[in-house]
Design a protein around this ligand. Structure first.
Ligand SMILES: [Zn+2]
Length: 493
């Protein structure tokens, strides 16, 4: 009977990253690369921004994909999501090392099969514990992404996984995350229980799934609508009534993520101009993606925090209620702090700036850990200039004193145009993020499938693929103790 207790992987997505795509580009949320369908030449000729004119399509696309980069590198939601992915790698690393060094079992993909056999023969043991950790991280990722179908499948097929409400999984994950961060050179306070009792959590979960079943947007909707409104940066001066494109009367289903939440926001934000609307809306998105999820700022969690205060979609709904009657943001320099403080205090939430301050005082990262280093750097920028990730003028005003430094941290490490590919001027940055994404895909595939073919995040010549194949093999060897012979990297078509 033992094997029934082990999760079933049949429905899991073998690729580990979501691509946020748009007509003219897409963003890879693990490699952090941007790919555009226009050429460098087209970008260059459209680069100049005309005052009080709609932005050209290439510029709209670039701002849109840049907001996705901010979402990953500068918000608590983004770094929590990445931490869950890193935790999954670490659990599989422990799994392989335990099998190899403690039990002498040579790991072979798909690892989940070896584990199934092992657990069947040996009963409850540390292998099962590690696998349990991996699957609850997967559940949390699906829950946060709002992928209710995959989430439901995973739970339905694995009754034991589903025995607890999501809030309990959040707590269990915090235990795993705390161990992981502490053993990974980023010490954080030890684990303590902090969630509300289960009854409230279940209610909040039911509300969320009820909401989802009515077609209400999910986290992807928050991420995409933030990117969408950024595209209207050139039309800030227009009155709302003169910009019907912002609220199209009919939304085709594939555009629901981009526009769905804007209709709710229109009632909530008392804006007369496009500028007031988009500045206030982007700020609400930023707050929605700033729940106090990491252990570093656990002290900022309200007593008995519920999952409702963690899930970006539900946070967005609460923010719409809280924003009613609050004067919108007219000018970022004057209004951002007032707006965030007013809205957050109504909900008794910490502002993104308060979380940034707490992060700076508690998060230490080892050198070379660029993901966390960049995240910490984002918080330092935020403390200095609270509205910095809302103010897209930073991309048009090259004279600002902090611009060189800002570009270094918050430009895509790799930008692919239709005719050429640009890499970050510091090669170690683009190598780090590409390498991380490859390790992530590879370890995930080792666990779930026989096939060890990894699609490279962007189109690359054979010499670059060979370079990363060697790098990946040596990374895997030191991480896991072996690297699969069949490993191969292919350029996307
Ligand atoms: Zn997008």
């Amino acid at each position: 009977m033992q094997e029934e207790l082990l999760p079933d992987s049949d429905d899991l997505d073998l690729d580990s990253n979501i691509l946020f795509s748009k007509d003219y580009g897409y963003f890879n949320n693990l490699a952090l690369s941007a790919s555009y369908t226009f050429s460098y030449e087209e970008y260059f000729t459209n680069k100049k921004r005309l005052h009080n004119q709609p932005l050209s399509e290439p510029l709209k696309t670039i701002l849109h994909e840049t907001t996705h980069l901010y979402q990953v590198l500068a918000t608590p939601y983004g770094i929590y999501y990445q931490t869950l992915k890193l935790l999954q790698i670490d659990l599989i690393r422990n799994l392989i090392r335990t099998l190899l060094y403690k039990y002498g079992i040579q790991p072979k993909p798909p690892l989940i099969e070896s584990c199934r056999r092992f657990i069947k023969a040996n009963g409850y043991n540390e292998i099962k514990y590690l696998i349990h950790g991996w699957f609850i991280a997967e559940l949390m990722i699906l829950y946060l992404e709002g992928d209710v179908v995959s989430y439901g499948n995973l739970l339905l097929k694995n009754p034991l996984l589903g025995a607890l409400p999501m809030a309990d999984y959040f707590e269990r994950l915090e235990y795993f995350i705390t161990i992981f961060l502490n053993s990974n050179g980023k010490p954080c306070p030890t684990f303590e229980y902090s969630m509300k009792e289960s009854a409230t959590s279940i209610l909040s979960e039911l509300q969320y799934f009820g909401l989802k079943s009515t077609g209400f947007p999910d986290t992807v909707g928050v991420l995409e609508s933030w990117g969408k409104v950024a595209e209207f940066w050139g039309e800030k001066h227009l009155s709302i009534d003169d910009c019907p494109q912002l609220f199209p009367p009919v939304i085709e289903s594939e555009l629901a993520d981009y526009y769905g939440l804007l209709f709710w926001a229109k009632d909530a934000i008392d804006a007369e101009t496009v500028g007031e609307f988009i500045l206030s809306y982007m700020t609400l998105c930023e707050i929605a993606l700033s729940p106090p999820v990491l252990p570093y700022y656990r002290s900022l969690r309200p007593e008995g925090i519920s999952l409702r205060e963690i899930n970006p979609t539900q946070r967005m709904l609460d923010l719409f209620s809280a924003a009613k009657g609050v004067t919108p943001i007219r000018k970022l320099e004057n209004d951002y702090v007032r707006f965030t403080e007013t809205v957050c205090s109504k909900l008794k939430w910490s502002t993104p700036t308060e979380i940034a301050r707490a992060t700076l005082s508690t998060l230490d990262c080892p050198s070379g850990d660029k993901l966390f280093e960049f995240y910490k750097r984002a918080q330092a920028f935020r403390v200095d200039v609270p509205h910095i990730f809302i103010d897209l003028d930073v991309w048009f005003d090259l004279e600002r004193p902090y611009m060189n430094e800002f570009y270094y941290y918050f430009s895509h490490p790799v930008i692919e145009f239709s005719d050429s590919t640009g890499h970050h001027p510091d090669a170690s940055v683009s190598i780090f993020f590409t390498e991380q994404a490859l390790i992530n895909s590879c370890v995930r595939k080792l666990f779930l499938t026989k096939d060890q073919t990894i699609t490279f995040p962007y189109r690359a010549p054979q010499i670059e693929l060979d370079y990363f194949t060697d790098l990946l093999k040596s990374d895997l060897k030191s991480l896991l103790g072996f690297s699969p012979d069949e490993l191969s990297l292919v350029s996307p078509s």
